[in-house]
Write a protein that binds this ligand. Structure first.
Ligand code: PEP
Ligand code: MG
Length: 578
């Protein structure tokens, strides 16, 4: 192992944890040579192109033939997208035409044709099979790699590895998953790419969007993929390896159980029931959440349906997706959060406007209230998915009562329209707000008449109270949830909400750490929502925890002045009580 531990931030595309040695495959297709050819080379170049397509298609067919029923259903279609793009006549004819008219080699022709082709796909309503630009780029690079003879063969790996690469197609990912690859990190990719969907279906922890990764990490370096938070830890230290190994063990042992859900009951050692819900970022996580026994979905983030899409999803499309999830979880509750875009999450169909402070800008409910049609469409879709009675609406980033009033008006308007359209919905659907902007703490008592529940978004709440960017790795200490200000504010919020008699949930990722869980449960919170990958860890922990004792711990630390005092006190408590 060489160098110091360094945490690199990317985009999480598939949760879970992988620890191991890196294998770096950095055949950047951008290095592929492009050259002018003479007329008598035209046929050779065309033949090279046809052979490359044939080779990829044959290999994809072999992979598909090796799939079991489940894989065929879940992963097969994503591999077929690749085949269909490569066999599209417009594309293959175009490449050959470019070779003979521009007199360029096959690689140059492929790049030019792909450029045209992806524009064409984006301009089409159906956006051919939902292929997105990252998918098309990955296929282009695969073709260029094959043409250059730089095939990424890792079949000789004899121990488990984490694959570090520039980009990847769904077929490559499927192939690697059969070759002792336990985690993946790439420089290029997207949350909604076909590759990301396949990673989630295969339960392979994966992170994408880490610039320059293949130059930073060397083969055989130690790495950890934290697919929960979207980090890659390069050269982890002993403490990080131990911490992540424990999380990984508890995650694996629980996920390998049969997906019946019934054996999971979240009860502490002193017999107190805690309700555990899932934070869902992608529809593919729903099965995992069910198999882990989640009491419901505490937070369905809907950004997935909007980001990296050429246009906003229709009401029907959203309804079908929300409804499928609500039906999978029925009768357990499913809390659907309205669109929380802005900050770093901007859909492609919205022209980006420059903001000095995007995290404090026109985002979430503020954005939706200024884009009423988009908002109304989403609310109608959520309402329609509520017809069984188990769906609830959650409004993010509320900072003023007026925003709640305006949103409730839109919900009422949506109900009126749905009645006129004869569409079913739950007329008594519950509506809640996310408490993640500090202003709301001071007017908590006043929201009683407006909402049915409150959900604490600790990720943002901590960021805004501490004025510390939650995504800035340098600010981990400033953004710590064990700061005395945070512990006291969490306790204050709990007291205030108790008085309103509204149910309160915590849906930030605080519950991923033992210290935080002890504090939250010790304060009194009993409904926690977390990434599915954290649920087994949580279950394991609360079975060993006496909540009564955690409550005494909170009484002790609440008056402490610094994290320096608080942390050791919690650590002592955990050592004595584990
Ligand atoms: C939060 O802020 O705690 C939260 C759950 O929302 P998000 O992480 O999506 O901002
Ligand atoms: Mg938030």
């Amino acid at each position: 192992m060489s160098g110091y531990s360094k945490t690199l931030r990317g985009i999480k595309i598939s949760s879970g944890i992988a620890i191991g040695k890196a294998v770096v495959l950095s055949h950047s297709a951008r290095e592929v040579s492009r050259r002018i050819i003479s007329p008598d080379e035209i046929q050779t170049e065309k033949d090279r192109f046809i052979s490359a397509i044939k080779l990829i298609t044959e290999q994809t067919d072999i992979l598909i033939s090796q799939m079991n029923q489940r894989e065929l259903k879940k992963i097969g279609p994503h591999l077929n997208v690749q085949k269909m793009i490569l066999s599209d006549l417009r594309f293959t004819e175009d490449v050959q035409h470019i070779i003979s008219t521009d007199l360029v080699n096959c690689e140059a022709a492929v790049s030019k044709a792909f450029e045209k082709y992806s524009k064409l796909l984006h301009s089409k309503e159906k956006a051919l099979l939902n292929a997105r630009s990252v998918d098309i780029k990955a296929i282009e690079f695969l073709l260029l790699r094959v043409l250059s003879g730089k095939i990424r063969d890792i079949s000789l790996l004899n121990e488990e590895h984490i694959l570090i690469t520039n980009d990847m197609t769904p077929a490559e990912l499927y192939y690697y998953s059969k070759q002792k690859v336990t985690g993946i990190a790439t420089e290029h990719g997207g949350r909604n790419s076909h590759t990301a969907i396949v990673a989630r279906s295969l339960n392979i922890p994966a992170v994408t969007g880490i610039p320059n990764l293949t130059n930073i990490v060397n083969t055989m370096d130690n790495v950890i993929i934290d697919g929960l938070n979207g980090f890659l830890i390069h050269n982890p230290n002993q403490r990080q390896i131990q911490e992540y190994s424990e999380k990984k063990v508890s995650f694996c042992s629980f996920t390998e159980r049969k997906p019946d859900g019934s054996e999971h009951i979240f009860v502490s050692k002193d017999n107190q029931r805690v309700f555990v819900y899932a934070n869902i970022d992608f529809p593919e996580e729903v099965d995992t959440a069910i198999s882990l026994g989640a009491d419901g979905i505490g937070l369905l983030r809907t950004e997935f349906y909007f980001i990296e899409r050429p246009r906003a999803p229709s009401e029907e499309e959203q309804f079908r997706s929300y409804d499928a999830i609500a039906s999978r979880f029925y009768p357990r509750e499913v809390t659907i959060r309205t669109l929380d875009i802005g900050g770093e999450k901007i859909p492609g169909f919205i022209s980006p406007h420059k903001e000095e402070n995007p995290a404090l800008g026109l985002r979430a409910v503020r954005f939706c209230l200024k884009n009423k049609n988009l908002f109304l469409t989403q609310i109608k879709a959520i309402l329609r998915a509520s017809h069984r009675g188990n769906v609830r609406i959650l409004i993010p980033m509320v900072s003023r009562i007026e925003e709640i009033e305006e949103t409730l008006n839109i919900i009422n308007e949506a109900k009126t329209i749905l009645r006129q359209e004869n569409k079913k919905f739950d007329p008594d659907i519950k509506t809640g707000i996310m408490l993640e902007i500090p202003s709301m703490i001071f007017i908590l008592e006043d929201i009683t008449g407006y909402v049915d529940f409150v959900s604490l978004g600790t990720n943002d709440l901590v960021q805004f109270i501490m004025a510390a960017d939650r995504g800035n790795i340098e600010l981990f200490d400033s953004a710590s949830s064990l700061n005395p200000a945070i512990i006291r504010v969490l306790s204050l919020i709990f007291e205030k909400i108790q008085k309103t008699q509204k149910p309160v949930y915590v849906c930030g990722e605080m519950a991923a750490e033992e210290e935080n869980i002890a504090v939250l449960l010790g304060i009194g919170y009993r409904r926690l929502s977390m990434s599915p990958a954290n649920i087994p860890f949580f279950e394991n922990f609360i079975r060993r925890l006496e909540i009564q004792k955690a409550a005494s711990l909170v009484k002790e630390i609440i008056s402490m002045k610094s994290e320096k005092e608080i942390k050791p006190a919690i650590e002592r408590f955990l050592n004595e009580n584990n």
